[in-house]
Design a protein around this ligand. Structure first.
Ligand SMILES: [Zn+2]
Ligand SMILES: [Zn+2]
Length: 789
């Protein structure tokens, strides 16, 4: 009974325990496990929040050409070559090989591989040696992000970091980080750096043999050095290749090819092409700067610049810079900052393309384009090239001669200074500055309040980059699209700078070859493409410019010395243009690009050749001129006027004083006083209108100009040391638009009726005369004394 009594007890206990295990115990256990897992998850997230991933990786900045090839790179701050491999550079072959070798279950484990850990643990215990095989790719990334001593504590932290990585990144991104951080000996980190430095190519072009060879380096970086231990590396590589064959990772053919591939690589150097542009773009930021540089064109241009500057060294001219823009894509495809970056004696490291220099006459085409668009000028319009004085500023022409009457197109072709200064005066300099500012001329924008009319002769600061960009607008119907230096510069704004018609007229003038700035001794070849170009020479002959364009390219050339030393032989025409022609002749050789088409709003009309205005009855010399309907002036030529004169041709009359005794009529050419002065100086014979009838009341008694400054019969004291100019102002009748000032009977200046003028008088009595455009004159006298104040 007793035993019987016990049995049920036992069986009960047993059954009871079984029941508990089946239900409550399991539930409780699950609950406990759940709590532990929950706790661990919460702990993980807390730790994740407290100890975020140290995943900010500093990469070497790399500069690529238009095809993505590395053309320059910079060490990281910790002096490493750690170039960023992009996802698209991780070829399927690279991915497959690395995964087969490092971490077969990479795509299925959660960051750590439990089986491998257990295996490694036992190996660790029995061999008393730190295991390496256990680390997944994720854990290796964790290790590379933070360098620690290899012990159990570090393993635990790495495991935690591995989970963090898996949480934050997808598998491809983790593989990318691995490939970017894995050490390949020396200061080379990442497969991209290794690929560039050892194999001189991007990682997506590596072969199976090369990838396998590279992948064994990280295990023993000090004993497996590419270039030193290549035989040993080949042995190790082939072991892995055979293992891949056993595991059927690759086909027998692929393995056989890889086994047969020799390893001749050794550590090379990182390319340092385009040092000036690379540095300029590097400081803008970003790990990878993708330029639009075409290396073929770049190399040809560099060679031309180097050879050309060598020939100039005898003349003491030592540097040059070139920018080439593709006009169809608006991309900067070639950029030469100096003739030799490594030339330290002549400042080869200075970037001549980005340096702010005086632009000489290179802004004149834009000025005339703007004047055409304002209706102020057309190519055949006649302007005067005679000495002028702007508040003490008297520009001279390049050859120090004045040409009298010239057309606008002649003035641009010959780069005359006076017509340019006058045209800028007519247009207003603010309009030119505003256009240049919208074309990204930074220095001009900065200095806009300081600039004067001399800016059109180069009295301002501009860079070759800016000028080449401006001229590329002339190659694009007058629409400026900022040149793109990198592939990130997408969809730049289109800014209309001048009308297509004005642009066409300017291009037509700039493409003529029979001009004074055509280089001496230039042997044009029949293959030379047609181009339009403008030269410039800065004050003191420090900078020679020549910027040209056709439908294909805009090329900007600067030649000079970075030291700023002027050279007598330096000129845009003879020093910069030959290099411009050579570059066109090389990169656009034998091009059959068609020339620019006549735009719809550009029409032709007959004009009088003496004025460029619409012909009147008296005009005999008619020429064809371009014009813009509704914009260009429709003023009729009034160059000749029929004047009533006395029989002896000694007096002229107006309607009010014409004598009843009779008169005769005669045609005279109207010549304004500044041209008369020039003609007399240059002994050009012309027929003067006889002086006006002195008894004429209308002209000489009424409405004479009144000189309001200086004051008649007044003594003026002028400081000897600081000769401040006197102001010239007058009041005139409403019908007067222009007045002419004379100092001591000598023509001084033409002025608008209300405009202030200035002059610095000589000591002694001074006669000041003001004549209006109707011929009415007023004289005053002042006395000037120079004193020490
Ligand atoms: Zn005429
Ligand atoms: Zn009269």
């Amino acid at each position: 009974m007793k035993q019987k009594k016990h049995k049920p007890f036992f069986s009960y206990r047993w059954r009871n325990r079984a029941t508990v295990l089946n239900r409550g115990t399991i539930l409780r256990l699950l609950k406990k496990v759940g709590i532990v897992i929950g706790f661990l998850i919460i702990l993980f997230f807390i730790l994740n929040w407290i100890f975020p991933l140290p995943d900010k990786i500093e990469y070497s900045v790399i500069i690529t050409d238009n095809k993505g090839e590395v053309i320059n790179a910079y060490l990281t701050r910790d002096q490493k070559w750690r170039m960023k491999t992009e996802l698209n550079e991780i070829s399927p072959l690279l991915r497959k090989t690395i995964i087969a070798k490092e971490d077969k279950y990479f795509y299925s484990h959660p960051g750590v591989n439990p089986v491998a850990i257990v295996k490694a643990f036992f190996r660790n215990v029995f061999r008393m040696k730190t295991a390496s095989g256990a680390s997944t790719i994720t854990m290796q990334v964790a290790r590379a992000l933070e360098h620690r001593k290899r012990n159990i504590g570090s393993k635990i932290i790495e495991t935690f970091r591995a989970f963090q990585l898996e949480l934050k990144y997808n598998k491809n991104e983790i593989l990318q980080m691995y490939l970017n951080l894995v050490p390949y000996g020396g200061n080379i980190e990442g497969v991209k750096s290794a690929s560039i430095l050892y194999f001189n190519k991007n990682p997506d072009h590596l072969s199976l043999a090369e990838i396998t060879a590279l992948s064994i380096i990280p295990n023993r970086p000090s004993s497996l050095v590419i270039g030193k231990n290549n035989d040993l590396i080949v042995q190790e590589r082939n072991k892995w290749l055979r293992k891949f064959a056993e595991e059927k990772v690759f086909t027998q053919k692929e393995i056989a090819d890889a086994l047969a591939e020799p390893l001749t690589a050794s550590r090379g150097t990182v390319p340092h092409y385009l040092p000036h542009l690379s540095y300029r773009l590097k400081i803008r930021g970003g790990d990878i700067v993708r330029t639009n540089i075409i290396m073929n064109t770049q190399a040809k241009t560099e060679k031309l610049v180097e050879d050309y500057v060598r020939t100039l060294r005898l003349k003491n001219i030592k540097n040059a810079a070139v920018v080439v823009i593709n006009n169809k894509t608006h991309k900067v495809i070639t950029y030469v900052g100096s003739s030799d970056f490594h030339d330290t004696t002549d400042g080869g490291q200075v970037n001549g393309a980005a340096a702010v220099r005086e632009p000489g006459s290179t802004l004149k085409p834009l000025l005339y384009g703007l004047c055409i668009d304002e209706g102020l000028e057309t190519p055949k319009m006649v302007v005067t090239d005679v000495g002028v004085n702007y508040a003490g500023y008297s520009p001279e022409n390049y050859d120090k001669k004045f040409n009298g009457y010239v057309t606008v197109e002649y003035a641009l072709e010959h780069s005359l200074n006076i017509p340019a200064v006058k045209s800028l005066g007519l247009l207003g300099k603010d309009k030119l500055i505003q256009k240049l500012a919208s074309c990204d001329f930074k220095q001009i924008k900065k200095d806009q309040n300081k600039l004067g009319l001399s800016m059109i002769l180069g009295g301002c600061g501009a860079t070759l980059e800016e000028l080449t960009g401006l001229f590329s607008a002339f190659a694009n119907d007058g629409i400026y699209i900022a040149p793109s230096y990198t592939q990130n510069d997408t969809n730049p704004a289109r800014k209309k700078i001048i009308s297509a018609a004005a642009n066409y007229m300017i291009t037509d003038i700039l493409s003529r070859v029979n001009r004074p700035d055509f280089p001496l001794n230039w042997q044009a070849t029949e293959h030379m493409p047609k181009i339009a170009w403008k030269t410039g020479t800065s004050y003191g002959r420090r900078d020679a410019w020549s910027i040209g364009y056709n439908k294909n390219y805009t090329i900007g050339v600067w030649v000079g010395n970075f030291s700023g030393v002027g050279v007598a032989d330096l000129s845009g025409a003879n020093v910069a243009t030959p290099l411009l022609f050579k570059i066109f002749n090389t990169i656009d050789y034998d091009s059959d690009a068609d020339w620019f088409d006549l735009p719809a709003d550009c029409e032709q009309r007959k004009v009088c050749s003496e004025t460029g205005l619409l012909p009147a009855d008296h005009c005999n010399n008619i020429v064809m001129d371009y014009f813009i309907p509704m914009t260009s002036s429709t003023k009729q030529c009034d160059n000749w006027q029929e004047i009533m004169i006395s029989a002896d041709e000694k007096l002229s009359y107006c309607k009010n004083c014409v004598p009843e005794t009779g008169y005769k009529k005669k045609w005279y050419k109207m010549i304004d006083p500044e041209m008369q002065a020039w003609m007399e100086e240059n002994k050009v014979v012309y027929e003067k209108i006889p002086s006006h009838n002195p008894n004429c009341e209308k002209i000489f008694k009424e409405g004479l100009p009144v000189i309001t400054s200086p004051n008649n019969n007044t003594e003026y004291l002028i400081n000897k040391k600081d000769r401040e100019p006197l102001q010239l102002t007058c009041k005139t009748q409403n019908d007067v638009s222009k007045v002419y000032w004379y100092i001591n009977n000598k023509f001084y200046k033409t002025s608008s009726a209300g405009e202030k003028q200035f002059f610095v008088p000589d000591e002694g009595p001074v006669k000041i005369s003001c004549t209006d455009d109707k011929g009415r004159n007023r004289d005053i006298w002042i006395t000037v004394k120079y004193v020490n104040l």
